[in-house]
Design a protein around this ligand. Structure first.
Ligand code: MN
Length: 536
């Protein structure tokens, strides 16, 4: 079965794009040709509004229209003249991080070309307070008029009126909100928010402002099929390396729900398939391997020191701060084949350091670990996770949740790790401690602050102590040593409200299908530009 699942993406030319919903109206962005372009973006920021933007003299001259443009000629809409936007923003559809200007989600509600009417100098028409345009969009057609309403106080944004002329494109009673989908992707704001393709970083240079959140393709096709042609051992060429594999038919994880056990061959195949997706979370970091060479139902152990028998090509790092007797040489998964090597070595669980090897004392994440006690129900844990979601939203801090594959949920918050004032581990630890203490105070009946597990009375712990050098949480997409090999799966914040969500609900055999459907939801944590606001 897993073989069949993995062959489904064989031949997919471009995994990096989410398949469009069938029947969706999908149009191309008009080229920068003879006619200038216009766009209407439906933007859910603090308040819902539609941004109406016209390409004039190399910028997007813009109005924010709270109730949106309409074809109904009897309606006048208030439009606030806002600052010009860069041309690069024309086809932006995705999310703007909370806390940044305009934080929220954006779809391209309409796009097309336009012509000024009764003037050949539209910039001057805007300056004079009256602009007539003919628009050629997917939804909007015909003549729009924008008129400034009187003079504003100094520093106040200009209020304009927007209306549609009585022409052959006018439609009485046309309701903007009855046409909620993007003309580019066919998706709604909710759908884009749940699984964004792009993120806009207004603090970055223009060429880098639109950040791709799609993962690179997992490995598929013939490269994986050749693994099945090996016997129980053999040499496999994958990701440009030759790997000597052993014991391929050995069951490593007990089966789940009557399914057969997960074999080492499946783990190795999964590692090869997922490696391009998981690589950005491992690259440049020491990897602590949790090994279960005798299978997930037997005790495992931490293996940090890269063994002497590792091939020369395996990337590695010597920890200059290692004490005598401590592990010194670590595996660094800087290339995909290194993860396959680790899987063959019996590393069922992958724990990358929170810091990069070039500055091991500077964390790149602040991490919240919602650790359930014996009496903590899944519903209780969801309550704690939703409260953290609310707290981060309120603070304007970007973080991503994932289920652990066991019983827990973690939230990873990317932090700036270079430059003056970048936090050390003591700072991220204190920050997470304060955040979680505030959240926990809302539901004291669910949370214990006792150190020892036996002293917690079965309550959950909000664990900030993993924010320390060489302490780790399980990497995204890492399998866990349980029946069916459930993985630590990134989820969208909205999925916390999905009644089907389970912390161990993503067995290894289903992971690639979910990636094809949802993309890699964890990508926003790879943007390390974020400063944590002080918490008092
Ligand atoms: Mn806006």
């Amino acid at each position: 079965m897993p073989k069949d699942r993995l062959t489904r993406y064989r031949g997919m030319r471009d995994f990096a794009r989410t398949p469009e919903p069938s029947g969706a109206p999908v149009v191309d962005v008009p080229p920068a040709g003879d006619r200038p372009r216009f766009v209407v973006q439906r933007h859910r920021a603090r308040r819902l509004h539609y941004d109406l933007r016209f390409e004039i003299d190399g910028v997007l001259v813009s109005w924010a229209v709270p109730r949106g443009p309409t074809l109904d000629p009897s309606v006048r809409r208030m439009a606030v003249h806002v600052e010009d936007h860069p041309i690069e923003y024309l086809d932006f559809e995705g999310v703007i991080p909370a806390g940044e200007y305009g934080g929220g989600d954006v779809i391209v509600w309409d796009i097309g070309t336009w012509e000024p009417h009764a003037t050949d100098d539209p910039a001057a028409a805007v300056e004079s307070g009256e602009l007539h345009v003919d628009v050629f969009g997917e939804k909007l057609r015909g003549r729009l008029v924008l008129v400034r309403r009187g003079r504003q106080q100094r520093g106040e944004k200009e209020q304009w009126l927007l209306l549609h002329k009585h022409d052959e494109h006018a439609v009485d009673g046309w309701d903007t909100e009855e046409h909620p989908r993007s003309v580019l992707s066919g998706r709604t704001n909710d759908e884009v928010k749940a699984d964004p393709d792009r993120m806009w970083r207004s603090d970055a240079p223009l060429t880098e402002a639109s950040v791709d959140l799609r993962p690179p393709a997992p490995l598929g096709g013939a490269a994986l099929a050749s693994l099945d042609e090996l016997g129980t051992a053999g040499t496999w060429e994958v990701h440009g390396r030759e790997l000597r594999l052993t014991n391929l038919d050995k069951p490593l994880f007990p089966g789940r729900d009557g399914e057969p056990p997960v074999t080492k061959r499946e783990l190795v195949r999964y590692a090869a398939a997922i490696a391009p997706v998981v690589l950005p979370y491992l690259r440049g970091r020491a990897l602590n391997m949790h090994r279960y060479p005798n299978g997930a139902d037997r005790p495992g152990f931490w293996h940090k020191e890269l063994p002497k028998h590792a091939p020369d090509w395996v990337p590695r790092w010597d920890n200059p701060d290692a004490d005598k007797g401590e592990s010194r040489t670590y595996l660094v998964v800087d290339e995909p084949a290194a993860l396959v090597w680790a899987a063959n070595f019996g590393a069922l669980e992958w724990h990358a350091w929170t810091s990069l090897t070039d500055s091991p004392r500077r964390p790149t994440y602040a991490m919240v670990d919602l650790d359930p006690g014996e009496r903590t129900s899944w519903e209780d844990l969801l309550v704690l996770a939703r409260l953290h979601r609310t707290a981060l939203e309120h603070l304007g801090v970007r973080g991503q949740p994932k289920v652990t594959g066991r019983r827990g949920i973690q939230i990873w918050v990317p932090v700036r790790h270079t430059g003056p004032g970048a936090p050390d581990f003591a700072a991220t630890r204190a920050w997470v401690d304060r955040l979680s203490k505030s959240v926990g105070a809302v539901v004291p009946e669910l949370v214990s602050w006792k150190w020892g597990k036996g002293d917690r009375g079965g309550l959950a712990r909000l664990d900030y102590t993993q924010n320390a050098v060489n302490k780790t949480l399980v990497a995204p997409y890492s399998p866990r040593p349980s029946p069916g090999a459930p993985v630590s799966m990134p989820i969208s914040w909205d999925e916390l409200d999905d009644p089907e969500l389970r912390p161990d609900g993503f067995p290894l055999r289903t992971v690639i299908d979910r990636l094809l459907e949802r993309g890699d939801l964890f990508r926003p944590v790879l943007d390390f530009g974020q400063d944590l606001p002080p918490l008092t």
